[in-house]
Ligand binder design. Structure first.
Ligand SMILES: Cc1cc2nc3c(=O)[nH]c(=O)nc-3n(C[C@H](O)[C@H](O)[C@H](O)COP(=O)(O)OP(=O)(O)OC[C@H]3O[C@@H](n4cnc5c(N)ncnc54)[C@H](O)[C@@H]3O)c2cc1C
Length: 368
């Protein structure tokens, strides 16, 4: 069976590992020089966003035999609104690192692949279709799916981030919602060692936001973080991404082409998490090729999760800074505190996103 995988990232490599387990050797094409040849970026995976699975990383390891070492387990997540600070405590997820880092998830996946990767590839999709029986599109964005008329883009985002040196607790990521500085956007800090972290802002490219000055927003946010965390960081690297697409393909598979990872629509628009779905879509495409299930059926829950997450995005965008303050303050109120910590923990299978979608939808209708 001749299978081409276009893109050696999270989803493409997960597909390759799974195919090889079932005796199929794919041909992988990667346009870059090496796997993960891009800026270093700390990311995280929160189990609450991937229900009904309780604890996402052991789930992947146990069920699909893909093992990934995280940087740390998240045991406290700090949420900053304009005037309040709230926390969610307990084992709620993992932090990891991406890109040009020896422990990056893609480097770890590469080590689990046996076949060679064709780097600096200029192979076009159309040519792959002619030369291979199956094509797995794993290029990390919705461009190809868009060209094929198979992608609904719900929003694009501007993202700016830096690597900073300072003092960090690796199990404690932070997120900020402050619409005075970042309208309808958010920002985060994720450490990838006790001395290094990424600090990133992201906001949707809505007409009112396009008029804003990115560097001005960045400057205000950066000063706020230094003040909130009482540190003066040293910036060692930076990156900027424009028009980062969040959307979903209409069909996960057309003829013998599979759309996986961000080509499928892995990025959940609520908070921009996409790793878990990227790994799963890679695995599921291999299952379909091998006849262990149909890709359309296997990806159905992921499609639903995307839709819930889109409602969550609109819900977040409809909140005001005062409403964020109210919710964030409540996170640490006695009874609610324990309940939220429990629901968000790796021991719960409660699908909060799914359960609250009808309520958020009502709220969105009321606000819009
Ligand atoms: C700043 C930022 C922060 C994020 N934070 C989080 C987070 O905290 N948690 C989370 O779950 N998700 C996060 N995400 C999303 C997550 O990183 C993605 O969903 C995931 O990496 C997508 O996997 P993928 O396989 O689709 O793409 P990638 O892993 O990006 O792999 C795509 C590969 O395809 C290659 N490629 C591109 N074009 C071609 C071509 N024409 N031919 C051959 N190869 C090609 C690329 O070079 C790359 O190697 C974040 C994304 C960004 C940008």
């Amino acid at each position: 069976m001749e299978v081409a995988i276009m893109g050696a990232g999270m989803s493409g490599l997960s597909c390759a590992i799974t195919l090889e387990k079932y005796g199929i050797t794919p041909t992988i094409f990667e346009k870059r020089n090496s796997v993960g040849d891009r800026f270093v970026n700390a990311e995280s995976m929160f189990s609450i966003l991937n229900r009904p699975v309780k604890d996402c990383m052991p789930y992947i390891s146990k069920n699909y035999h893909i093992d990934l070492r995280h940087i740390d387990k998240v045991d406290k997540f700090f949420i900053h609104s304009k005037n309040e600070l709230g926390t969610i405590a307990g084992k709620i997820g993992y932090t990891n690192v991406r890109g040009r880092h020896e422990s990056s998830y893609e480097s770890q996946l590469e080590k689990q692949v046996k076949c060679n990767i064709n780097f600096n590839s200029t192979y076009e999709y159309e040519k792959l279709c002619k030369d291979f029986e199956y094509v797995v599109l794993a290029t990390g964005d919705g461009e190809y799916a868009s060209h094929l008329g198979n992608y609904n883009c719900d929003l694009t985002c501007t993202i700016k981030g830096v690597t900073v040196q300072g003092e960090f607790v690796t199990s404690n990521p932070h997120v900020w919602f402050n619409y005075e500085i970042l309208p309808k956007g958010y920002a985060w800090l994720i450490p990838f060692s006790e001395k290094e972290a990424n600090l990133v802002i992201a906001y949707p490219d809505y007409p009112d936001n396009i008029k804003l000055d990115l560097n001005d927003m960045w400057g205000k946010f950066y000063s706020l973080v230094c003040k909130n965390l009482d540190q003066n960081f040293k910036i060692t690297d930076n990156f900027e991404i424009t028009r980062y697409m969040m959307g979903i393909c209409n069909k996960p598979k057309i003829d013998n082409t599979y759309f996986v990872g961000n080509c499928f629509g892995a990025i959940s628009p609520g908070l921009g998490f996409g790793q878990y779905t990227s790994i799963l879509t890679g695995i599921y495409s291999a299952y379909d090729i091998f006849g262990l299930g149909t890709y359309e059926e296997l990806t159905k829950p992921l499609l639903k999760n995307y839709k819930h997450s889109l409602v969550f995005r609109r819900f977040l965008e409809n909140l005001t800074d005062n409403e964020f303050d109210f919710h964030v303050k409540n996170l640490d109120k006695k009874v609610i505190d324990k309940l939220i910590d429990k629901i968000c923990s790796n021991n719960s299978s409660l699908d909060l996103l799914k359960l609250t979608t009808p309520i958020m939808r009502l709220w969105n209708d009321y606000k819009e």
